[in-house]
Design a protein around this ligand. Structure first.
Ligand SMILES: O=c1ccn([C@@H]2O[C@H](COP(=O)(O)OP(=O)(O)O[C@H]3O[C@H](CO)[C@@H](O)[C@H](O)[C@H]3O)[C@@H](O)[C@H]2O)c(=O)[nH]1
Ligand SMILES: [Mn+2]
Length: 755
């Protein structure tokens, strides 16, 4: 019989990706061939050819970075059934939820996240859940207080019947299919009993939901007295720190309720608050002062736990790899409001399957969204210091780095020397004063918070830069894709919500790329591996790639209008080269996606969304970054609107919606231009210089047609009504830009456009 005490808690598996490697190399060779072809013919052609040459060089470079990422792919497996035998006294973990604005992030969503976290399959006395309310809304505290009452009977029910979905919103929605984890004998016997409980809970949940909704919409205003009196004179950006213990597991019952703590950091005008990074740093300090668990978990307000064993599974990795340098675990999120065929490209299959697994094979995935961290790493410890402890820091040094709180510094020093307190504090209330002190807005003044300690400031994608700095301190990370998936959240839908989210990501990435935390510097100065640095370069250049794409999409339009060409003609060897390149690259992508279970439509929607995102979010991100660089305007974190599960997939739910934002002008202009180029004769136009020149060939027309098909949601938008139509003002602005472009073509190309 195998001895369980010797069996590992987790395993690493290297995936066979020879097919992916070979196809990637073929694509690379074809790209190099096209670059060489352009170079050889550079002197025979004009400026457009030169632009095409530069763009092809760029795409070849990006492809090299991509090959580096996908070269070694790994997967991790865990054995949580062995965990308790090996670690009967499981470590404590602090759970962080952040929320900002009840209008964008409905309190009922946050409540469901909190309930699902409090109900995980892990001893309750080892858990403390901290909710950061970044908007100082009494409704958040009220919702959590009401939720705690519901939790007291909901959580035992979830645990008794071993439910998989423990967020009531999902459990009672028609979307939830798998309701119980592993139907046991007991489950069958008690099925009827459970059903009757179901009705009871559904009613109770409805009451809770209504209470919260009524308070949100002001039907039953919250009485600002008693516990809520502190909110009386507060404004969103001007208020003291407010910390309230909603649930305290005083008897330390493993089957009780975990601690639940409301945290609202102090905010004052003229202080920088650093958005989510600032909020998480306050949570780190407040929890550091109150429960100081050695591990933390971060989730956004809408990320419900979908796999109640996820903390045990994560512990298998964090404890199983404890002699190795695993600093954090990145989880894969899925969405509860996903639409048929994923019209908005929210699946991020490639991001996890190739980027995530590939980086896992180098130094570990980037950090983004939901995941587990070691507190000592967040406190700035390098892997070398972890494996060869230097001895305790002096009191003065701690104060300089961590700030003025003696209590926090004492506990932080314990964490850094690896002596975490197994049981946690006896009385949480006694720590409130310290917690409020470390949540004040000037606490970080002249300390290392936001630079060397905690989440890193300076970018609105704080997660990527924080993960990268951790890697540069010699740590690794792990991508853990569990079954069932670990967390389930709300996918951005419509048009503006998706565009704004992606714009934030692209802007944040440019902020990191052009900062002192650039991967190149971190490789030279720190311990970021070269291949990891190249992987980060690929990520950070994601938005910047929209500039070459913008130029490239202009080329077929320019060629058709000025009766010239920039792609090889039928009959040339290079023509076959281009066709082979396009086919191989796209077939590789499509077969990969389909191999991962997507259908063709989903895969196409993802591809189309890349084209659209590049010409909307990414272009605007480049502009915002330039404006920030020249000191004209600041970048700011626009919170993504959270949606409720969609009950009936209406015909319009997958349709793009638009607003009158300037974001949609470039892509609408491009669409108009491609349509103009394709339908010139119909519009009564003729190409400039149509005598004696070798005009556009088949490929220019195919290219233009492909772009129109990629922008199809915008074609529909041209004719759509209401929010599904591109606003008249956007169409006007785009038409003016089209005219300007035609004039420029005429200026440079000569001739006349009209018959
Ligand atoms: O000033 C702020 C702004 C945001 N948040 C919270 O940060 C979380 C993430 O915001 P969200 O709008 O949901 O971001 P996503 O669009 O989901 O974007 C992803 O990318 C972000 C970085 O751009 C990460 O912070 C997120 O964790 C990650 O899920 C939410 O819980 C917010 O409440 C704050 O606490 N304070
Ligand atoms: Mn989010």
């Amino acid at each position: 019989m195998a001895n369980n005490s010797d069996s590992p808690l987790c395993e690493i598996k290297y995936l066979n990706n020879n097919k992916h490697r070979s196809l990637s190399l073929i694509v690379l060779l074809l790209k190099l061939y096209i670059v060489a072809y352009r170079l050889v013919h550079l002197s025979d052609h004009g400026f457009p050819w030169f632009i095409a040459f530069l763009c092809d060089c760029w795409y070849t470079f990006i492809w090299l970075l991509w090959i580096n990422i996908g070269w070694t792919s790994v997967d991790y497996k865990t054995h949580p059934q062995l965990l308790l035998q090996r670690f009967p006294d499981l470590p404590r973990i602090d759970l962080f939820v952040t929320t900002t604005d009840p209008m964008l992030e409905p309190p009922i969503t946050t409540v469901n996240t909190v309930l699902s976290l409090m109900a995980v399959d892990y001893p309750a006395d080892k858990l403390a859940c901290y909710v950061s309310d970044d908007g100082c809304f009494p409704i958040t505290l009220y919702s959590l207080t009401e939720a705690a009452k519901f939790a007291s009977f909901w959580i035992p029910f979830c645990k008794k019947y071993n439910l998989q979905v423990r967020a009531p919103l999902l459990y009672f929605s028609s979307k939830s299919t798998s309701k119980s984890d592993s139907p046991s004998e007991i489950f069958h016997e008690e099925e009827r009993k459970m059903k009757s409980f179901n009705y009871f809970f559904q009613e109770e949940y409805e009451k809770l939901r209504e209470k919260i909704e009524d308070a949100v919409h002001g039907k039953v205003p919250i009485d600002l007295s008693g516990d809520y009196a502190v909110f009386a004179d507060t404004q969103k950006n001007n208020h003291p720190a407010i910390i309230k213990i909603i649930v305290e597991n005083k008897e330390r019952l493993s089957n009780g309720l975990p601690h639940l703590i409301y945290v609202c950091r102090e905010k004052r005008p003229n202080y920088q608050h650093h958005y989510k990074a600032g909020a998480v740093n306050v949570l780190t300090r407040v929890s550091g002062a109150m429960t100081n668990a050695p591990f933390t978990l971060n989730v956004d307000s809408d990320m419900f736990v979908n796999n109640p064993k996820i903390i045990k599974q994560a512990m298998c990795l964090l404890l199983g790899l404890r002699h190795e340098n695993c600093a954090y675990i990145q989880c894969r999120d899925i969405f509860y409001n996903d639409l048929k065929d994923d019209p908005f490209g929210n699946n991020f299959l490639i991001a996890f399957e190739i980027l995530g697994r590939g980086m896992s094979g180098i130094q570990g995935p980037m950090f983004g969204g939901s995941g587990f961290h070691r507190r000592e790493v967040i406190y700035g410890l390098t892997f070398d210091e972890h494996s060869h402890p230097k001895g305790k820091m002096s009191y003065e040094e701690m104060k300089r780095k961590f700030g003025n709180s003696m209590e926090l510094n004492k506990l932080a020093a314990q964490t850094l020397s690896g002596e975490s307190d197994i049981d946690g504090p006896l009385n949480l209330s006694s720590r409130i004063e310290t917690a409020c002190q470390v949540a004040n807005c000037d606490y970080e003044h002249e300390t290392e918070w936001g630079s060397k300690i905690g989440w890193v400031y300076g970018s609105i994608t704080e997660d990527i830069v924080t993960g990268m700095k951790i890697h540069s301190r010699g740590w690794r990370s792990v991508l853990y894709i569990s079954d069932p998936p670990s967390f389930i959240g709300s996918a951005p839908l419509g048009g503006p919500t998706v565009t704004i989210q992606r714009k934030r990501w692209a802007t944040g990435q440019l902020e990191v790329l052009f900062s002192k935390n650039n991967p190149l510097f971190l490789t030279l100065k720190g311990k970021l591996k070269l291949r990891q640095c190249l992987a980060y370069m690929w990520i950070l250049l994601w938005g910047a790639s929209s500039i070459p794409e913008l130029f490239y999409t202009f080329l077929p339009i320019y060629s058709i209008i000025t009766n010239s060409y920039f792609l090889p003609k039928v009959g040339e060897v290079a023509f076959i080269g281009v066709i082979a390149l396009v086919l191989t690259q796209n077939l590789q992508h499509i077969t990969f996606c389909m191999g991962c279970g997507q259908n063709f439509r989903e895969c196409w929607n993802g591809m189309r969304m890349n084209r659209i995102t590049n010409m909307t979010s990414s272009l605007l991100a480049c502009l915002s970054w330039i404006l920030k660089f020249f000191g004209i305007s600041e970048t700011f974190f626009e919170v993504t609107k959270k949606y409720q599960p969609i009950v009936n997939d209406g015909a319009d739910s997958g349709r793009f919606s638009f607003d009158d934002s300037a974001m949609y002008v470039p892509i609408t202009t491009l669409l108009f231009l491609h349509l103009t180029a394709l339908f010139m004769p119909l519009l009564g136009l003729r190409p400039l210089n149509d005598v004696g020149r070798c005009g556009p060939g088949l490929l220019e027309y195919i290219f233009s047609l492909f772009m129109v098909i990629s922008y199809w949601p915008y074609v529909r938008g041209l004719f759509g009504k209401g929010e599904h139509g591109i606003p008249f003002s956007t169409k006007c602005k785009s038409s003016i830009l089209v005219l300007i472009f035609l004039l420029v073509c005429k200026l440079f190309g000569g001739g006349s456009l009209f018959h």
